[in-house]
Every structure is written in C-alpha cells, then in structure tokens.
Ligand binder design. Structure first.
Ligand code: WTA
Length: 649
C-alpha cells in the first residue's frame, strides 16, 4: 500500500513535488559545492567559507566550508534575539503534567551567557571538554550552548548511564568540568544524578569542578572546593559573554555511542558542517514553517536530541519543546496532552514509544484534540508497518504525513527520508536519500549492487557536511570502523534492501550492535559487564525480536565451577543487576540463560549465529552443526529453549 502525499500539505510545502525533489537531488550530486555553498548561507558567518569541500577519501580526511568562521551558539541564539526577543525558544514541559515554563530567546541568551561566564570562571577555555550529565532541564540546553559560545566541546552523557559508564566517558574525553543535577525526576522515579556523578569522579583528580543544577529540594553532599551549585555560580555573573569565532572544522561536540567492539566511541562533530547539515535537514525533512512548535521527544543524551531538539530547531529560529518526563507518565495519554498544551505542529518520536502507546489502546489518543499537528516523524529503529499505520491513521487521523527517517550518531543528521509534501510513502521504508547523500549497497565481498530489487550492506559513497570527522583521539579507529570493511565507502553497519522503486528498507544491524528500544548497545559491552562478575566464566550476548523494545537482549552465560551450585533464579537476578550497574538500566538483559557450555568451533570461536537463531526460537534451521567442537552443548541449549517456549505457552 502506497500513501500519496497529502493534498493540502503540498501547497505550502518546501518541496512540492517529486520533480522538485529530483531536480534538487540531482543538483546536490552533480554540483555539490554549489548546492552546499547555497545551503551554508542559511547560517550567519563571521567570515564566510572560502571553499566548500576539501576531501581526501584515501586518508579519510574531510573538510567542509574551509576558511569559514562561525559560532553555533550565535546562530542558535543571538541572531534570533535580534529578530524575535519575546518568542519562546524553548518550552520546558516538566515531569509533572500541566507544568510548563517558557524560555524566550532573550531569556535564553541571558542564561546561556551566565553559564558561559561560570564555565570560564571554572577555567574552561576554547577546545576544552565539558561533560554534561543532566536530566532534561533547561540548564542542559544552556550548558551545551554555553560551551559552543566559548568554543568548548561538550560531551553529553545520557542520564540513564551508570557511574562506570560516565567515568569511562569522562576519562576518554579528558573533561575537567562535569555538570550534573542534585537529582532528576523522571516519571514516578528520581534519577540520583549527583550520587552517580560522585561515584563516577571518585578519586579522579582530572575533574576540577562539578557544577550542580538544583532541580529538586533534595539535599546532596557537596564536596568543598570541587562541587558548586550552578544557580549560585550563575548569580555571580553577567548574562553577556562574547562569542568565540570558531573555524568551520573546529569540534562542536563529542557524543559517545556503541560499536561492535568493547569501548564506546567518541563520535566527533564539527561546528560548520554539522550545523549546516542540521539546519538544512531540519528545514526539508520536517518541512519547516515559521510558526512551528517542534516537539522531539528524544533525550538530549542521544544524537536526535542534539540535532533535532537543540541545534536544528534553534538555529532555524524554531520553538522547541524540552520534555522532562516519559510518554507513559502518569498514563499513556501524556504525549498527546503535551501536544495539545503546547500546540505542537511537529511530533518526532521513536517506534519503541509508539509500540508502547499503541498497546494501551486508542482511547488515550482520542481523548486529545491533536489538531495543531501537521507532521509526524519517527527515527531510531525500523518502524513496523502496523505501527506506522497506527501513527498515520489514529494519531494523525490521516491528515499528517509520517516521516520515517534513517540516520546515525555518526551521520549528524538524516540521510534517508521522504520529503513530506512530495514523496509517496510505503510504511516501513525510510524511502529516498536526502540531498547530497549517495547510498550504495554492496555484498559481503564488497561488490556494488547496481539497480533495484537488491539487498546488501548499506554504505554511503561520498561525504556530506554532517558526517562525523573522527573518533575522539583515535582517527585510526575511525578509519578501521567505517572505512576498512569496504574501501573508500562509509559503512553504516546496517543491512538494507532497495526495492523495485528504488526505495530503501533498513533491515537492521549487520554487526554486533543491538538496537534496544532505539538505544545502541554493543554485544561486546554487555559481555564485558557480565564477565566482570565474579561468578561468570564466559558470556555471549545476542539479540532477539522483542514486541516492545524491537530487540531484546539475551545473554548465554557459563559459570565458574565454584558457583555451579548457586540457585539459578538468584544467579539470573544477580547477573541482570550486574549489567544494570555496569552500563545502565537500558542494557539490562531480558533473558539470562545459564548453560554448561557455549557452542564453539574446534578453534574455539563462539558460534554466535547459532545462538542468535536459538534466542529467536528458530531451532529448525541451525545451519552447519558439524563444526561444533562439543555437540552435546547444542542439545542442552535446545532443551532449554523448548522448556522456555512451553513455559510461555
Ligand atoms: C537504526 C539514531 C530503521 C539503524 C538516529 C542505525 C533506523 C542506528 C532508523 C543508529 C530508521 C535509526 N529505520 N533503522 N528510521 N533510524 N535506525 O546512532 O540501525 O542512535 O544504524 O542514531 O539506528 O542509531 P543512533
């Protein structure tokens, strides 16, 4: 079933027809410098770029907008204060329903200026890294923009990560200042951000100052000389702070994400290219209109928060909604209530949230009006066609285009998405490439698959402005991770099908990365967390289809001899808790299967493919089992699997 573009929508849309899209798309590939040079004019430059692109693909060295100088904070804040001082820049929807705070562009500038001065007073200089571990509070936006203002590099860590994860990221980035909160209300819970921060920086002389946002009344221990209340610090400073004019290629931020090998990767984005890409994609993919109220439910700890909650909308002068709570608090009607309260025109959320809400039935949706909405967007994981249709038919009442957009932390912004006023949609397909993006499908041997009706590994053939330039402090790892599997091509790690009409269908990760509720998780990370437990001898982690999370986490574990007598029930609980503690709640395994051995080849390689099939319940077709060193291991796994299945029935 194909959904044609909405008639009324197309009349005011930025891209009104497939001809318009194709014309611009062709131009973006044939004359990229002209195309991106024009797009760059949407920003205010202190010094305009002298060149558009300087790429050395062999060295994996890309430079966009060379010679240009600009400031991301100036673009997101100052220039809109001049035009629209009283317009809300941010609508903060607090955790409790019905509680909102409006932050105008003028307020925003003052608060950002104050925080910038505080950071400077705590010794932060251009190029220094600042780690931010905050719930969804306005100070989070102020601090990110304050860093950008003075040329510091922010590294936001999702406030659901554990102390160990936070510490690892602080160490890797070399941040000397950490910004956190006494605690963060989130639904019915409170995240103990300060306590977790304390544990993370314990004994780390690298961290000079911890700035603490006072979000609640909670009293937390403050370490003299290290910990400072941010509100008190802000009151000592003026709201004006000069901007630092940055080179286009200067880093704007680092954002850690999971890969197929152990340690998280510090993905580095630039000031000029990233910002040009953020404003351009925000304008076309969400069909930006002057009075938009842009409601992106992503947490700032992920790339979607950075690009489509903060930088894209603000740099485009759009009011953006900062949502502190969760879609199911206090009930499954919350998101629709916020949409009505703030009169959101664009709603951007993730399939995992939609699946959870769909399950609660339509009544929650229908209680709200939703008449302000004109566009619905989804990203982070493949959207199931039935969820797409529910979003379209029930949430949008058939009026609003659904924009399923595909991209990654490393891509900075959307790479594949429909043009909402022009592209006919097929539920489950992110449709067609954005301007300047050249997707290529290759088989496992690296042969390019031409034409339509093919499936393979999704790569991108040329650079685009929003592309991450490197991994923090480790360019070699950047090259190995993205440019070595298929030489001269950026490898996304995703599998993909290009159908008969040239539409792209992402089929999921082809590497050892799991997409759990839209969060990226490396199986190796979870395995390391498990093996760090005193009882575990070996662990192998695989994904399996999960109704709500998209992918669930299944851990196969063997125990050390001295723990073999422990109760299975208790052991499973302890191991789930272990992962929760080491990485964070998002990584908690859904299943822990304690076994006496893992299936291995004679050379000792774990047969993950086999484990994946077993976890998915596909026990009929396990492939070649003759390579197994210990065939009895398989019998045990299969017996366990059939027991689990019969229990579920
Ligand atoms: C997956 C999130 C299908 C994909 C923006 C990708 C998607 C990973 C989609 C990146 C989509 C993201 N359809 N799959 N619309 N969007 N993905 O870095 O596997 O958190 O590689 O960036 O999410 O996740 P990340």
């Amino acid at each position: 079933m194909i959904y044609a573009p909405k008639e009324g929508f197309g009349r005011t849309a930025r891209i009104q027809s497939m001809e318009d899209y194709q014309f611009l798309y062709r131009k973006s590939l044939e004359r990229p410098e002209e195309f991106w040079g024009e797009m760059a004019q949407a920003l205010t430059w202190f010094h305009p770029p002298e060149t558009v692109l300087d790429a050395d693909t062999d060295q994996v060295d890309f430079s966009w907008f060379g010679g240009g100088r600009l400031n991301a904070c100036y673009n997101a804040v100052d220039r809109h204060v001049k035009e629209n001082p009283r317009k809300p820049a941010i609508i903060w929807a607090k955790n409790e329903p019905g509680q909102y705070e409006l932050i105008t562009w003028r307020d925003l500038k003052h608060n950002v200026g104050r925080v910038a001065n505080v950071l400077k007073a705590h010794g932060v200089k251009k190029g220094d890294r600042v780690c931010i571990y905050l719930p969804m509070v306005p100070e989070l936006a102020y601090t990110m923009l304050a860093c950008a203002r003075i040329g510091a590099v922010h590294s936001v860590v999702f406030a659901g990560f554990s102390a160990d994860s936070l510490r690892e990221r602080i160490l890797d980035s070399g941040a000397q200042v950490l910004v956190t909160a006494n605690e963060g209300p989130r639904g019915a819970k409170r995240v103990r951000t300060k306590a977790i921060s304390d544990e993370a920086v314990e004994g780390l002389s690298q961290v000079r100052s911890v700035l603490v946002v006072r979000r609640t009344e909670a009293d937390v221990p403050m370490k003299a000389g290290r910990d400072w209340w941010l509100d008190q610090e802000m009151s000592k400073h003026r709201g004006t702070c000069p901007v630092e004019w940055m080179a286009a290629e200067d880093p704007l931020f680092i954002l850690y994400t999971s890969g197929s090998t152990g340690k998280p990767k510090g993905v580095m984005h630039t000031t000029g290219g990233y910002l040009v890409y953020a404003v351009t994609t925000h304008r076309y993919v969400f069909d930006l209109q002057p009075d938009d109220v842009h409601f992106c439910t992503a947490d700032m700890g992920w790339i979607t928060g950075h690009t489509y909650l903060l930088y894209g909308p603000l740099a485009n002068g759009t009011t953006t909604v900062l949502f502190e709570s969760i879609p199911t608090y206090p009930d499954a009607g919350r998101l629709w209530q916020v949409v009505d309260d703030v009169k959101a025109t664009v709603l951007f959320t993730a399939p995992t949230a939609l699946r959870a809400l769909l399950r609660e039935g339509d009544a929650y949706v229908k209680k709200s009006s939703r008449k302000s909405l004109r566009l619905l967007a989804s990203a982070g994981e493949p959207i199931n066609p039935e969820v797409w249709r529910w979003y379209h038919d029930v949430v949008g009442e058939g009026r609003c285009p659904v924009v399923d957009n595909w991209w990654q932390t490393e891509t900075g912004g959307v790479l594949i998405a429909p043009m909402p006023g022009a592209t006919p949609c097929k539920p489950g397909s992110a449709t067609l490439p954005f301007f300047g993006v050249e997707p290529v499908l290759v088989d496992d041997e690296g042969r390019v698959l031409e034409g339509n009706g093919v499936s393979g590994n999704l790569c991108i053939a040329r650079t685009w402005p929003g592309q991450a330039r490197t991994l923090w402090g480790n360019h070699q790892r950047f090259i190995e991770t993205y440019y070595s599997r298929f030489p001269r091509l950026y490898f996304t790690g995703d599998g993909c099908r290009r159908d008969e009409d040239g539409y792209y269908w992402i089929t999921g990760r082809v590497d050892d990365v799991l997409n759990v509720s839209g969060h990226r998780l490396g199986t190796a990370e979870v395995e390391s967390a498990l093996v760090a437990h005193e009882s575990v001898a070996e662990a192998a982690v695989v994904g399996f289809p999960h109704e709500l999370k998209g992918t669930g986490v299944c851990a196969f574990v063997t125990l050390k001899p001295e723990f073999l007598d422990a109760s299975t029930e208790q052991m499973m609980g302890a191991l789930k808790e272990q992962v929760r503690h080491v990485i964070g709640p998002i990584a908690t395994p859904d299943q822990v299967r304690i076994v006496s051995g893992l299936p291995k080849t004679r050379s000792g390689k774990i047969l993950r493919r086999m484990l994946r099939k077993i976890a998915c319940g596909e026990t009929q077709d396990l492939g070649d089992t003759s390579t197994l060193a210990e065939p009895s291991v398989l019998d045990e796994l299969l017996t366990q699997q059939s027991q689990m299945q019969s229990q579920r029935r």
